[in-house]
Ligand binder design. Sequence first.
Ligand SMILES: Nc1ncnc2c1ncn2[C@@H]1O[C@H](COP(=O)(O)OP(=O)(O)O)[C@@H](O)[C@H]1O
Ligand SMILES: [Mg+2]
Length: 256
Amino acid sequence: MEGITVRFGGVVANNDVSFHCREGSITALLGPNGAGKTTMFNVISGQQRIASGSVRFAGTDITSAPSHVRARLGMGRTFQNLSVVGELTVLENVRVGASRFASYGVGSAILGLPHVARSDRRTTNVARQAIEAVGLSELSDTPASSLPYGDLRRLELARALCLSPRLLLLDEPAAGLDNTESRDLVRAIRGIRDHWGVTVLLVEHDLELVRSVSEYAYVLDFGTLLAGGATRDVLNDPAVVAAYVGHADTNTPAGV
Ligand SMILES: Nc1ncnc2c1ncn2[C@@H]1O[C@H](COP(=O)(O)OP(=O)(O)O)[C@@H](O)[C@H]1O
Ligand SMILES: [Mg+2]
């Protein structure tokens, strides 16, 4: 991201912001409410028009690429509203995601041709690996409707993973989760990076989650980049601490 500026009327939601995600890293984008995190996230995935700046992904200038092109290049994301089918099992839900890449048409599926069975097996394999990566293997055959919220978030992660993203964008993945569920989620995110080599960018304002999962962090405040670098250094930066203390509605870094 190079010099990104986004304006909504008089509000400058992102003000000349530059930062990058190192390949294979877990990076957090944080900041108080209204800082411009979600706006930046939408800029990255191609859903937000920018006033100025440029976006590069894996060596390609994608500033004017629409979001479906970015998705094809390997940008994956989860969505805030869980689009899970309650009557289907965990495996079936994830297979729905994986089968988008199945290499046969509806015609040959109806005729039951052999390569359909092969492709189905491959889809199931990919789905099972993704389910294992997020720690839901034991619940593979459980209907999604009987999963608690935290497991559903991880089911969503597994589904995003099936599309083989190079970069996974997660907007406040821990929102609404309790401590145990957050810990499981952090483990899942790390597993995805460690075993699948996926680069992760989290938009998050839970500083404890950021501290435990991300190697790098960038902080936005009123649309401007306040600090960036190794997570520990960033969270100890006096300017960052002051920004969080100045917003009573968000949590303060621990140990301050
Ligand atoms: N679609 C929009 N129209 C007008 N203003 C917006 C819009 N989206 C965001 N904003 C404003 O831009 C600023 C940044 O918002 P946002 O990116 O959602 O912050 P964050 O995700 O960090 O809480 C806020 O002042 C917000 O009110
Ligand atoms: Mg937001």
